[in-house]
Design a protein. Structure first.
Lengths: 451, 1028
């Protein structure tokens, strides 16, 4: 979400000047992790030292479920057989897991739609009415634990604006709009503008703002310094030294990157290119999603962040799919969930994760690809949009998490008993592999068996 | 690393602090130095260095580096231990190879005493080295709380602050900065800035982040609902107030006016006048006549009798009014249109407006002519509902109060009476929550659709609706109206309400509703930035209207659509104008915020610098107003002017505009001390005072004294201190000073208790234990109690959890309610010594520890300096049930029999043994965990004997009271100054003791002595640097 005041005339004027300002830097080049520079705050790698690849995690959400007749997988590895909606994954089936039968207990029997979404990644019960309460989401737990190792602790992206108001279940529609929560009470602001998401990573918008603040602090400190003497000055110097140290880290990060880029160009090394997206929202949702996937891929490849949540569409989505020859909007279409129309929609979303996974898989890293060191968790909040059935969630994971997650499997927990099919157990298992070991999360105290 | 270098340079600077002020040795010093060479150094070499030398010094005390007077002075605290040891004849130990003659030891004692006296007098009033320092975590949190008005505690994730040698974490000696911590400061500054609310004419702060719409909605709605709920709208209160006015003479207030009675009854004077008029009007038929009869039937107050309680009777009248009012309220039918969704905003908002317009009217159709009951028609009830659940309607019943005669003239008279009733008593004063407007309210209640604060009653859309006409028109005065208008404007602006409502229309009508699903509406996308632009709104409105015409909507529906789309752009433009108008006000508020954060007025160049930063952020970096302002706030919080305390002297204190004229005055009244001290600027003094007493920033009253330039006057600063001690912020002192002095600051996290064995020790009890000494010290500060009560008194403070733990029965109070309990000697409590926080903190879990408890008394309470134990001491068993045949007391006695232990242990074991009647969580007990009876008898260090708490108190009273007072003075002085004590502080300590005695040992005199001391009022001047 952007500043709600973005529509004021003043803000509009500024957007124009900003576009002008950025014209010169319309393309970013960033280096893949291995050739790149140490992340913010880390010591440079010693030459020749074996580099453990960082692990990355992304949660990709789409709302209102699938056409259940066409969402299945059989067999394993190369021989895995994929249903119609999963066809986009054909080339990636050895690198994915099809996970069936999991559920989120707090999202069952409490009321449909927002009540099935706002806690999808937290597993906590949601409060109805005007005051929102749920739980911190697992992507933000990861960001809090491992986020300090990269420029941005996490990226929270969306392709559809959040809305509020009430659903008839008396849950706020904000729950339908936000899957990432920084605390029980507050969602993480979601970036829906590709241009701004791009800036935050590649124009170092965040670090540039920090740098401006630090510059100002330095001015303040030195003018204060002129009024004081010896001992006090020494204490203030301690502060200034710390400020400079933090600035230097920012500078080093940027400087090394520029240098490495120059070197790399001379040696024909892989350099990731991406053009800065235009300001404003893309007219075509396909373009919007592609850009968000591209930014995620770039962010992972260049290790700018290791945690992403991407809301491809809201629950109760108002997106239209003329290019799929579907006239109804997403949510309305989901009420006829076994229709061909809705199958095409589900397949379209599957193609998004396939696109992102394919992109990551084309990025060599170490002895594998970026995808091999990542996990894309692709999930929806219900199985059937007509029955609003959240007792069974469609889930795919793609990527091997540096060899810690076996892939090419179909894992079914259907009929295994509610204790053994908690989606929060899956989160615990995945967080373990990200190096964040928690005794419990949401309603789960055990890892998911068989993962 | 340059960072490390700067740290070590501070260490070097610090080392030279002891004798600042004298350029060369004076005559007496020369003499002392000579005697050190001739007498002291040889004594040390002969009798001490065998053990206390550089190689593994005993008690970690190496005496070898001291080779002249200067070195000793620098380390006088250590040498005080030498003094004590020699005075009590502890050293050299009995087993030492050679022993000095008593006269030899005496000579050293005399030298040390002389050295101390000389140094103290020579530098009397030396302000000492108070370094610039960052705010401690506790200070940071409290300062943010007082700066923003919300207790955000941004330092939650910061590392714990280290303490200085006096045990406090508020001095530059221990508070360092590092790049890692600086990054946490950045994070904290950002977090605070994300809580900022950019409102109509300034900046406020919310208790939650304000970065997403739903959080902004929450902020706005809760404030409005809170305002509503504060308003007096209970009819019963008005009937009671009117009764009070009527009976004013017998109630003893014959001259009371109606507004005075309203004020006394906490009701609206305006509405009370309305009710009074109605109650006294001439009414012979209809509901008001009945209300009058009921009201006149209230009991009559008799003169000289206690006031009659008419509350219940007034509630009965209210219930009659409310019930009747409900029965005559006009129904508002849903508006429909072919193909339109009943939740279309144009339709729902139209219905809401009808409701709002009819709060003071009634429906004559609902009256029962000659008792004839007319059943409700189905109109309006069959509107499409999303739940398909229909409520079974109860048939209307005959109702005496609704009965009207059929005779036209009479009937008209009745109807007029009903109209007056409805106008006087609105059906509601305000609507604070609304379920879906187009669904039967009873059905919605059954659906559980409650708690949608200020909702417009739409389905799946953002929407708010203001419906508070009766409150506004009848109850509120001018100020209340302004405040309410403002709250709504602020909410609409902060949360961009009209813009988002229109975006919701676009989303909903295009999707769920499907009314706008035709291709001609494809241009309308809620996510487009210009979705709410005038042109797009108009285009949508025209096409919407045209479609409604096409599909055959009724004239009423068409009118509602037209009205809706006429309102939308007007309201959006109004809010956008507010946003533009607010921007310069935010900048003014930003400058004020910075002044508050810097604890002094901003200098003109500081103001300009801040505003320039804002401009650059917007113009050059392209940030929005919102982002730029938040960055400015973060930059203020990152400025050392905020997060550091730098005491500026008058000579260098060019802080802002105000000090300029006070420089000369303060300097004149408080001229340079002979040792080169500078008077502190009044603003620096204000901060020093507030961080001492509140652990937080100065308030406006204190800053006003600084601005007036007279805070440095002893009588002014003492008066301010007295005022501040009464303020609840003095809790900062109780927690920070008390907590560090008595070592319970981290007791809230104490985890050494085995909760299986002590199941009653839960988080609530632990929190209560922590709170007890805080409350006690708070009371001492606010009530100016004699400080000896710390040790000996017959009261303490408990909440229910602690009362239960102590076996006290107290009046039933809520769990966070604390009460003072007196006469509690019977349960073995009273004062600090027997508080369970200390008894528990000094127990290792499954047994008590007389050693730790005694050590705590000796060190923390009596201020004894005791060296650390040698590394080779064997551990006692962790569980006292596993001590074998010996009791813990007997085990310790064996311990003391060992000469190498005895030297120290005989000084404190006994002070802990008296507490054996208290178990590991401070509970009273008669047997220990091994089942052996406890014995609380002890032989104290001076050979006297006593038992239990009473025995210890008697011993302290007779022999150690001075130690306690002396220690308290030193600790508080050190805390107040924000540095460790130096020799020259001895004069001030002596002065504090004298004033304590003269003032009945009252707490306030300690504070007054400190804040009027030269150390507190001055700082070292720059010239002492020249000497170093």
């Amino acid at each position: 979400m952007r500043d709600p005041k973005e529509n004021s005339p003043a803000a509009r004027r500024l957007r124009i000047s900003r576009r002008t300002f950025l014209r010169g830097v319309g393309v970013t080049m960033a280096l893949p992790w291995l050739e790149s520079v140490p992340a913010f705050g880390e010591e440079p790698l010693k030459a020749g030292a074996p580099a453990a690849m960082p692990k990355r995690f992304a949660a990709l959400f789409w709302g209102n479920g699938v056409n259940g007749n066409h969402w299945w997988a059989k067999g394993s590895g190369k021989g895995m057989e994929l249903s119609k909606s999963l066809q986009p994954m054909e080339g990636l089936k050895t690198k994915m897991n099809f996970i069936d039968g999991l559920f989120n207990r707090s999202a069952v029997g409490v009321g449909i739609h927002p009540g099935q979404t706002g806690n999808l990644l937290s597993g906590m019960p949601l409060m109805k009415g005007a005051v929102l309460k749920g739980g911190i989401s697992m992507d933000q737990v990861l960001a809090n634990h491992i986020g300090q190792d990269s420029i941005q602790p996490s990226m929270v992206l969306g392709c559809e604006q959040p809305i509020t108001g009430y659903h008839e279940s008396n849950f706020s529609m904000a729950y339908s709009s936000h899957i990432s929560w920084q605390s029980a009470d507050s969602p993480v602001p979601m970036e829906v503008y590709p241009s701004l998401a791009f800036d935050s990573l590649f124009e170092n918008r965040g670090t540039r703002r920090t740098q401006s603040i630090l510059d100002r602090v330095k001015d303040d400190a030195s003018s204060l310094g002129r009024k004081i003497s010896g001992h006090d000055k020494a204490k203030l110097d301690e502060y200034l030294t710390s400020v400079r140290e933090v600035e230097k880290r920012i500078d080093r990060m940027r400087g090394d990157q520029a240098k490495a880029e120059k070197n790399a160009q001379g040696k024909n090394m892989p350099v990731a290119f991406m053009k800065r997206p235009d300001n404003g929202l893309p007219e075509d949702i396909r373009e919007h999603m592609k850009l968000m996937c591209d930014i995620t891929a770039m962010a992972f490849q260049t290790d700018k962040t290791r945690v992403v949540s991407l809301l491809l569409c809201r629950d109760l989505s108002g997106l239209f799919y003329p290019f799929l020859d579907v006239r109804k909007a997403h949510h309305s279409a989901s009420h006829d969930d076994l229709s061909d129309d809705f199958e095409r929609i589900a397949r379209y979303y599957c193609s998004q994760v396939a696109y992102l996974a394919g992109k990551l898989d084309a990025m060599p890293e170490g002895d594998g690809t970026v995808l091999d060191h990542s996990c894309l968790m692709f999930l929806s909040n219900m199985w059937s949009g007509n029955r609003h059935d959240s007792t069974r969630l469609p889930i795919l994971t793609v990527g091997g998490m540096g060899g810690t997650l076996e892939t090419g499997r179909v894992l079914s927990y259907v009929g295994k008993g509610d204790e053994n099919r908690k989606v929060c157990s899956l989160y615990l298992s995945l967080m373990d592999r990200m190096g964040v070991k928690l005794p419990r999360f949401g309603d789960a105290e055990t890892r998911l068996a068989g993962v | 690393m340059s960072f490390l270098r700067s740290i070590s340079s501070i260490a070097i600077l610090l080392l030279g602090c002891g004798t600042i002020g004298a350029a060369s040795l004076d005559k007496a010093s020369l003499e002392l130095d000579r005697r050190f060479e001739s007498t002291i150094r040889p004594f040390i070499e002969t009798y001490c260095l065998d053990c206390h030398s550089a190689e593994k010094p005993k008690a970690d005390f190496d005496l070898s580096p001291y080779d002249n007077l200067k070195a000793v002075v620098r380390d006088h605290a250590h040498w005080e231990m030498v003094l004590e040891k020699l005075q009590i004849g502890d050293m050299p130990p009995k087993k030492a190879k050679q022993h000095p003659a008593p006269a030899q030891s005496q000579a050293v004692v005399a030298w040390i005493l002389e050295m101390r006296r000389h140094e103290a007098e020579k530098n009397a009033g030396d302000p000492g080295p108070v370094l610039a320092r960052r705010l401690s975590n506790a200070e940071y949190d409290r300062t943010i709380r007082d700066l923003t008005g919300v207790d955000l505690r941004p330092t939650k994730e910061f590392p714990v602050d280290p303490a200085n040698q006096e045990g406090f974490d508020n001095s530059g000696e221990s508070l360092v900065m590092s790049p890692a911590l600086l990054k946490k400061y950045l994070g904290a500054a950002r977090v605070v800035s994300e809580h900022a609310v950019l409102n109509l004419d300034g900046i406020a702060f919310a208790s939650h982040p304000m970065m997403v719409h739903t959080d902004r909605d929450k902020y706005g709605t809760l404030r409005i609902v809170d305002f509503y709920q504060r308003q007096p709208t209970d009819y019963a209160d008005y009937f009671a107030a009117a009764w009070r006015f009527k009976n004013r003479a017998p109630l003893g207030k014959p001259r009371a006016t109606l507004p005075e009675v309203a004020a006394g009854s906490k009701v609206s004077p305006r509405y009370l006048a309305t009710v009074w008029e109605a109650l006294n009007a001439k009414e012979d038929v209809g509901p008001i006549a009945k209300v009058q009869r009921l009201w006149l039937g209230l009991p009559v107050q008799k003169r000289g009798q206690p006031p009659v309680d008419v509350r219940k009777d007034c509630e009965a009248i209210r219930d009659f009014v409310v019930a009747l009012r409900e029965k005559i309220q006009p129904e508002v039918p849903n508006l429909n249109g072919p193909g339109m969704n009943p939740s279309a905003q144009a339709l729902v908002l139209w219905k809401n407006r009808q409701w709002a317009a009819n709060r003071r009217t009634y429906d004559p159709e609902l009256l029962q002519v000659d008792g004839l009951v007319k059943q409700a028609e189905a109109k309006g009830k069959d509107a499409p509902s999303y739940n398909r659940k229909k409520m079974k309607k109860k048939a209307r019943e005959a109702e005496e109060d609704l009965k009207v005669p059929s005779d036209p003239a009479l009937r008209a008279k009745y109807e007029a009476a009903f109209a007056r009733f409805a106008a006087t008593f609105p059906d509601v004063f305000y609507v604070k929550e609304r379920a879906r407007s187009f669904v039967d309210p009873e059905e919605e209640k059954a659906n559980g659709n409650v708690g949608r604060l200020l909702s417009a009653g739409l389905h799946n859309q953002t929407g708010y609706f203001r419906d508070d006409g009766p409150l506004y028109d009848m109850v509120l005065d001018e100020r209340g109206r302004l405040e309410l208008d403002r709250l709504w404007d602020e909410f609409n602006m902060i949360a961009s309400v009209p813009q988002r409502m229109h975006q919701s229309t676009v989303y909903f009508e295009r999707t769920d509703s499907r009314f706008l699903s035709d291709a001609e509406f494809d241009f309308a996308r809620a996510e487009d930035k210009d979705c709410t632009s005038g042109a797009k709104v108009k285009k949508l409105a025209d096409l919407y209207y045209a479609k409604a015409v096409r599909t055959g909507a009724s004239a009423a529906t068409l009118a509602a659509i037209r009205e809706h789309f006429d309102r939308v752009p007007v309201e959006i433009a109004r809010i956008e104008k507010m946003e533009r108008d607010a921007e310069p006000k935010h900048l003014e508020a930003l400058v004020q915020f910075a002044g508050k954060a810097y604890r002094r007025p901003l200098a003109p160049e500081e103001r300009e610098g801040l505003l320039a930063f804002y401009r650059t952020s917007r113009d050059k970096d392209g940030l929005t107003h919102d982002d730029a302002l938040r960055d400015c706030i973060a930059s203020v919080l990152m400025s050392p002017n905020f997060c550091y305390r730098v005491d500026l002297g008058e000579a260098s204190g060019k802080e802002g505009k105000a000090p300029a004229k006070t420089v000369s005055r303060a300097a004149k009244e408080n001229p340079l001390q002979p040792n080169g001290a500078l008077p502190l600027s009044d603003y620096s003094l204000a901060s020093r005072l507030s961080y001492f007493l509140w652990s937080s920033a100065p308030d406006e009253a204190l800053l006003a004294r600084a601005a007036a330039g007279d805070l440095h006057r002893p009588e002014v600063i003492a008066a301010q201190a007295r005022r501040m001690l009464m303020d609840e912020r003095v809790r900062g002192f109780a927690v920070e000073f008390g907590g560090h002095w008595l070592d319970f600051r981290r007791f809230e996290e104490h985890n050494a208790v085995d909760r299986q064995r002590f199941p009653n020790f839960n988080d609530e009890l632990r929190q209560s234990m922590f709170e007890e000494p805080v409350r006690f010290i708070l009371n001492a500060a606010r009530e100016n109690r004699p400080v000896l009560e710390f040790l000996d008194c017959d009261y303490t403070f408990v909440n229910p959890a602690l009362a239960k733990h102590y076996g006290l029965s107290i009046p039933a109070v809520a769990s966070n309610d604390w009460v003072r309990v007196d006469n509690i000697a019977g349960v073995g409590r009273g004062g600090l010594l027997s508080m369970s926080a200390f008894l528990t903190a000094n127990s290792p879990g499954l047994r008590t520890s007389p050693v730790k408890r005694g050590y705590w008394v000796a060190r923390r309470v009596l201020g004894e300096r005791i060296p650390p134990p040698p590394a080779s001491v064997p551990e006692l068993p962790a569980d006292e049930a596993k001590l074998g045949d010996l009791t813990l007391r007997e085990t310790l006695a064996k311990h003391r029999a060992d000469v190498s232990c005895a030297g120290c242990h005989q000084r404190f074991d006994s002070l802990g043994l008296v507490f054996e009647g208290f178990g590991p969580v401070g509970e009273l007990r008669t047997k220990d965990l091994g089942g052996k009876p406890v014995d609380t008898h002890a032989v104290f260090p001076d050979g006297s004997e006593g038992s239990g708490l009473a025995g210890l108190r008697a011993y302290i009273k007779a022999h150690r009271q001075d130690d306690f007072l002396d220690n308290l003075c030193r600790k508080m002085l050190s805390y107040g100054l924000g540095r460790s004590l130096i020799l020259s502080d001895e004069i001030t300590v002596r002065d504090m003791r004298a004033k304590l005695r003269a003032n009945g040992q009252r707490f306030g005199s300690l504070v007054e002595s400190i804040v009027t001391s030269p150390q507190f009022l001055n700082k070292r001047g720059p010239e002492d640097l020249a000497t170093k």
